[in-house]
Design a protein around this ligand. Structure first.
Ligand code: MN
Length: 227
């Protein structure tokens, strides 16, 4: 047996609302899934969905504070419905996609918008804009066995008590089953994967001290303070 260097890193977990922990494998994110948000960033609503990823250890749970990240002056919030995958699969048909869902949570796809703008302009990857430390605050996961599969419901994000983002899950261009089916054509989804499903309009910059409170009707909440 070859010696393994360094202490293995403990698995990243997200609390399950009714007890237990969900061990996170990968985090996938859907880009541009609400028409009004696509328009506010000046993009084309007719484009097919695309995906990017964050490392599992970007997750921030339990309402923990989020340190303001380095190398940005334009940190944005993106409130998103997070799908927790509970069953492996590839080439998953749309009709079977919800069988692969363990549950749902409210999450934040925090974004260094200035670095994203530079990356877009130069046709460079988005990792430094999206996949930085603490960039994925997430609330408790509610099992689908308890709450069902929400296809509509208000999704909001307030900063210091003022609502900045407001939409409805029904406005998603690509539904959860469609997003799972499409993504599974490119990668094998595994139990433990999370899928952030895009953000409604109203993204804006936050500053140190700001308290972010997201809520998704029928799903749950996510909270963090930027410090
Ligand atoms: Mn996003």
């Amino acid at each position: 047996m070859a010696e393994v260097l360094f202490e293995p890193v403990a698995p990243v977990t997200v609390p399950i609302a009714r007890g237990g922990l969900f061990a996170v494998r990968r985090i996938y994110c859907v880009g541009r899934n609400y028409e009004e948000h696509i328009k506010e960033l000046g993009n084309d609503v007719r484009e097919p969905p695309f995906f990017f990823a964050k490392p599992a250890d970007t997750v921030l749970v339990g309402g923990a504070a989020m340190p303001y990240p380095p190398q940005t002056a334009d940190l944005h919030h993106e409130i998103e419905l997070v799908v927790a995958i509970g069953k492996d699969g590839s080439d998953i048909p749309r009709e079977a996609a919800l069988d692969h869902v363990y549950g749902y949570a409210a999450g934040l796809d925090m974004t260094r918008r200035d670095l994203q703008a530079i990356a877009k302009k130069a046709s460079r990857p988005w990792e430094m804009a999206k996949a930085f430390d603490h960039s994925a605050p997430i609330g408790a996961i509610e099992p689908a066995s308890q709450i069902g599969h929400p296809a509509k419901g208000k999704i909001t994000l307030a900063v210091n008590g003022t609502v900045r983002q407001s939409g409805d899950l029904a406005e998603q261009i690509w539904s959860v089953p469609e997003a799972i089916s499409y993504l599974s054509q490119f990668v094998t989804l595994r139990a433990g994967d999370l899928l952030m499903t895009g953000t409604p309009a109203g993204v804006s910059a936050v500053l140190r001290g700001d308290v972010l409170e997201g809520a998704i009707e029928g799903v749950g909440t996510v909270r963090t303070q930027v410090i």
